[in-house]
Design a protein. Structure first.
Length: 472
């Protein structure tokens, strides 16, 4: 089934900054990002890329840039902090590495996924600040290209360009706020945000097509099965770069659009508009993909339910458990993530029975949701039923073996039940998935110590039996 992953930048509810648009049904759903640790603060999501194990997204943050890794079902796997990359805007996957736009220092950085290391490969500006506003990366015919605003002058905004990353040479110039550089078979395509135009061109700089007439600030471009989808963001009232008000400062009427949307363009037909107003204000990137049967989504069909979920998440982050529970209880027909969140919040309020009842309902209604099984395993552990807890932990890891805390739960239960060899396997798996998981390291150390102790006792007992036999 054809889907479109949509990222939203500068989102007031950042846990609702990633959504999926179904091209067949026209339905929009949010990706459930509630598994991102509460200690990680971010303002939205920018770049998106498909990788062999799932997806990767750039988190907008005030500190070091961060990468969010998700599996094929869009479940949160881990978050990686970066050192060389500042204000990540765009990501391209190529042969086990990620090319990333580091807008904050005018650079392109390569990230080795396996080694988890960064290398700066091209600087196109000052290297100390955002002076040319690099923003979009694209892999086209085996080469990587990048778009940028350039340095505007009082007389002209036509300073945007596209350059080849390998040589630094300019491919196309004279652009006004180019965004969302995309490979379109034989040519390249981008959104010229300041004019509402789509521009197609070759790598030698020859223009192929320029389609004007799309109202609003265009950003986000995806091409799938002959359809071109482009995002439109709501007009900003405050400049993101200066913090100054821009009310009334823009005389270009086609940019003064209050409703964010997607333009769905099929050759020979009128463009269709998909309203995004209930969901978020600004679109950053669109990534077409073909989805598997089940995805980790929160239904966004009812904006009221989405707002209640957002309010519950905000209350949870602030430590206000009672408000969190109040908002979740008001959601009609809650989804699996919402039921899990309610169960955990009730547990935090020492309502063990309420937490158990809610988790049981979630497991009954959504048996294929790994987080349900993991949480039920924890509740069974709290009740002292370790065999049943282990059964649920095993099922959780079978559904998703890429989440460190699932492997940790399985391994720790195996250790406590005396199955040290199996425990060591799963605890080592947890550490491989998340090297900073101290609980897994402590549990592994205990399992190794117990295993060595048992081997030593076994050796002593075998020696004693041999001595007794010889005595006879």
């Amino acid at each position: 089934m054809n889907k479109l992953l949509i990222s939203s930048c500068f989102n007031p509810n950042p846990l609702f900054a990633l959504a999926v648009y179904c091209l067949d049904s026209g339905r929009i759903s949010f990706v459930d990002l509630s598994a991102i640790p509460h200690s990680i603060h971010f303002r939205g999501i920018s770049g998106l890329a498909k990788v062999s194990s799932g997806f990767v997204a750039g988190l907008q943050s005030n500190g070091p840039s961060k990468l969010l890794f998700l599996d094929e079902a869009l479940r949160v796997v881990r978050v990686e902090s970066l050192q060389l990359t500042a204000d990540i805007h765009s990501i391209v996957h190529y042969d086990g590495t990620l090319f990333m736009v580091s807008t904050g220092n005018d650079s392109v950085v390569v990230y080795d996924i396996a080694a988890r290391t960064e290398t700066l490969v091209r600087c196109l500006g000052s290297s100390a600040a955002d002076t040319v506003h690099l923003n979009g990366l694209c892999l086209h015919q085996g080469r990587v290209f990048v778009s940028m605003f350039g340095v505007p002058t009082p007389k002209s905004m036509r300073c945007g360009s596209v350059a080849a990353v390998d040589t630094g040479e300019t491919v196309l110039g004279g652009l006004r706020h180019p965004h969302s550089l995309t490979s379109a078979r034989e040519s390249l395509m981008l959104a010229e945000s300041l004019t509402g135009a789509l521009v197609s061109f070759d790598t030698d700089g020859r223009l192929r097509d320029q389609r004007p007439g799309y109202f609003g600030y265009l950003r986000g471009l995806g091409i799938i099965d002959g359809r071109v989808i482009v995002g439109r963001s709501k007009k900003r009232k405050v400049s993101r770069s200066t913090g100054a008000s821009v009310e009334g400062a823009n005389a270009m009427d086609w940019l003064s659009v209050e409703q964010p949307a997607l333009y769905d363009i099929t050759e020979g037909k009128a463009a269709q508009e998909v309203d995004l107003l209930p969901f978020f204000d600004e679109v950053y990137e669109l990534l077409p993909f073909r989805a598997q049967a089940w995805l980790n989504l929160v239904d966004a069909g009812a904006p009221a339910a989405s707002r209640l979920h957002a309010a519950a998440l905000e209350a949870q982050r602030c430590g206000d458990v009672h408000t969190c529970v109040e908002k979740l209880l008001a959601i009609p027909c809650p989804s699996a993530p919402q039921l899990m969140m309610l169960s955990k919040s009730l547990h935090d309020m020492s309502d063990a029975e309420g937490a158990w009842t809610t988790a049981s309902l979630a497991l009954k209604n959504f048996p294929g949701y790994a987080e349900n099984l993991h949480w039920m395993s924890k509740l069974l552990e709290f009740r002292g039923d370790l065999p049943a807890a282990l059964e649920h932990a095993i099922r959780a890891t079978e559904l998703n073996d890429a989440v460190a805390i699932y492997a940790l739960q399985r391994g720790d239960l195996l250790r406590r039940m005396g199955h040290f060899a199996d425990a060591i396997v799963h605890l080592e798996r947890a550490i491989a998935l998340n090297s900073r998981l101290e609980v897994a390291e402590k549990s592994l150390a205990a399992a190794l110590a117990e295993s060595d102790r048992n081997e030593m006792i076994g050796s002593v007992q075998a020696l004693q039996r041999l001595t007794d036999w010889r005595a006879v």
